[in-house]
Design a protein around this ligand. Structure first.
Ligand SMILES: *[C@@H]1O[C@H](CO)[C@@H](O)[C@H](O)[C@H]1NC(C)=O
Ligand SMILES: *[C@@H]1O[C@H](CO)[C@@H](O)[C@H](O)[C@H]1NC(C)=O
Ligand SMILES: *[C@@H]1O[C@H](CO)[C@@H](O)[C@H](O)[C@H]1NC(C)=O
Length: 485
């Protein structure tokens, strides 16, 4: 739910009547309230800021309409919860260093070349440019509160796992990417948890930085060579950027501003979209930047973002999903260990493992697990056909997105395979298992369904770009072994 009121600051809005003829301030005030009410309705209904199309810059609490997050955590019958494994994207942040100069650029262009008689141009010229490079993708205060609230909801949902004693005994494990927005998200989560548990400055609130696990994309050589540093890997994105859909946005923008279309670049179009997005998510304002775009334009720009994520982080290339295999294994290793301890009647070492990373951390894992795969690939030329696609990064990975795996121990099971059960939640909504479509699965059954992955990952490092060399080395070792024994 978005609680921030929507204020419309567009220069195109007509002002309220001066109300000079009204004698009493009371009726003036009520007129004003009425006017504000009408403006709010107009802003939120008539010309919504298209918050469902913001891609990875979507706000968590605006997800799926008005439903309250966390209403669907139903434990399976006769089961008690053993462990929670979570993968959490950092909360809402300021724009990154890369995007701010582009925002400045389009603002500058409008100030220099925009038609000064145009009301929209006037509104944009007088708009105050408050974004700067020092913001550098830092966590926004909203992000701090998103993390604290998530901590409170999770610990309220699983009080046995997030108990004071577990916290004191360091049974809650925190792992984070080294980026300040992730470390700050971890701190905010811990503070939210401490305040929920009525604890202050406890020893339990320590975290480990682990980039190999949470920024695996920086450490996967094959991904770096094949995708990250490969100029042709995002070919489809480049074609779409130069295609008819983007061209139409540029010429519409140019017309609205009285500027030559040749002066507007795709980077500037994206920057305009980000300005509309950030003003809305950070301040709750429908800014005049949104007036430069139409709903159709925003859908095109959402598609451009999804296309990038698809080719760089998801099904576009096999290595994108595979590059996350260590993190994927990490989830299962913790659960295996927990089951072992439970079978030996030992106390559980970690009741919750909370990992803080990026959209780029979450998307490859969900891809490896087989989620949100469309029948046809996302391509530069099928924007229309993909309008109802599953792969919508705004729903999958908004700010503060989270994948939570809940492990249960159940009584009355006939076999070990049935004794432990698993539930998945994405953004606090149940996520059906890809192999069965069910919301609960036996732990053994889930592992079985990923057996092909676990097997093929066991002996090989999928990220090595020298698999041939390694194979020869392995043969050499084998030869030595044979010769000496
Ligand atoms: C839960 O346990 C009760 C009593 O042991 C049993 O009657 C019931 O069938 C069990 N329910 C499930 C879903 O296993
Ligand atoms: C986040 O972390 C950085 C570096 O650790 C710090 O300078 C900054 O003030 C923090 N920001 C917030 C919002 O906590
Ligand atoms: C770069 O990507 C293209 C398209 O997938 C591929 O054909 C090519 O082999 C890649 N280049 C390198 C050096 O991996």
């Amino acid at each position: 739910m978005l609680q921030t009121p929507l204020l419309r600051l567009s220069g195109a809005a007509p002002g309220p009547g001066p109300g000079a003829g009204l004698g009493r301030t009371g009726s003036r005030a009520s007129l004003l309230i009425l006017w504000v009410g009408i403006r709010l309705c107009a802003a939120s209904l008539g010309r919504s800021p298209w918050a469902e199309h913001y891609g990875t810059k979507s706000r968590y609490e605006g997800l799926s309409g008005t439903s309250v997050p966390g209403t669907d955590w139903l434990a399976p019958a006769n089961c008690t919860v053993l462990q929670v494994n979570a993968l959490i994207r950092h909360g809402t942040r300021y724009p990154t260093r890369k995007n701010v100069p582009r925002m400045v650029e389009i603002h500058q262009l409008i100030r220099e070349q925009g038609n000064p008689g145009n009301r929209l141009v006037q509104a944009l010229v007088s708009w105050h440019m408050w974004y700067n490079e020092r913001m550098d993708g830092n966590l926004h205060p909203l992000g701090i509160s998103e993390m604290a609230k998530l901590a409170k909801r999770l610990s309220a949902r699983f009080p046995a796992l997030f108990a004071v004693q577990s916290y004191r005994e360091k049974k809650l494990k925190f792992l984070t990417s080294s980026k300040h927005r992730c470390v700050n998200s971890t701190k905010s989560f811990i503070r939210g948890l401490e305040s929920h548990l009525n604890l202050q400055d406890q020893e339990g609130g320590q975290w480990e930085v682990n980039d190999r696990l949470l920024r695996f994309f920086d450490h996967c050589e094959k991904f770096q060579n094949l995708v990250e540093n490969n100029d042709t890997a995002l070919h489809q994105v480049e074609i779409f950027k130069n295609g008819p859909e983007m061209e139409r946005i540029m010429s519409n923008m140019a017309k609205k501003l009285g500027i030559s279309p040749a002066a507007i670049t795709t980077n500037m179009v994206e920057a305009t979209f980000y300005l509309c997005t950030y003003e809305f998510i950070l301040k709750g304002i429908v800014s005049p930047w949104c007036d430069l775009l139409d709903k159709e334009d925003v859908e095109v720009l959402e598609y451009l973002g999804d296309l990038k994520q698809y080719w760089k982080r998801s099904y576009g290339y096999k290595i994108n999903g595979l590059s996350s295999y260590k993190l994927f294994q990490d989830l299962f290793q913790y659960m295996d260990q927990t089951i072992e301890e439970s079978e030996r009647n030992q106390s559980i070492s970690h009741t919750a493992v909370l990992r803080f990373g990026h959209a780029e951390t979450l998307l490859p894992v969900l891809t490896l697990m087989g989620y949100f795969k469309d029948d046809r690939p996302l391509l530069a030329n099928n924007f229309e056909e993909q309008k109802n696609r599953k792969f919508r990064s705004g729903r999958i990975s908004p700010f503060a997105a989270n994948l939570v795996l809940v492990l249960y121990q159940c009584s009355g099971a006939r076999s070990l395979g049935e004794k432990y059960k698993l539930q998945l939640f994405l953004n606090e909504k149940p996520l059906p298992f890809p192999h069965s479509g069910n919301l609960v699965a036996d732990y053994g059954e889930v592992k079985e369904s990923y057996q092909h992955l676990i097997e093929s990952l066991r002996f090989s490092n999928v990220c090595d770009d020298h698999s041939c060399f390694q194979f020869i080395f392995f043969l050499f070792l084998l030869l030595l072994f044979v010769v000496y024994y």
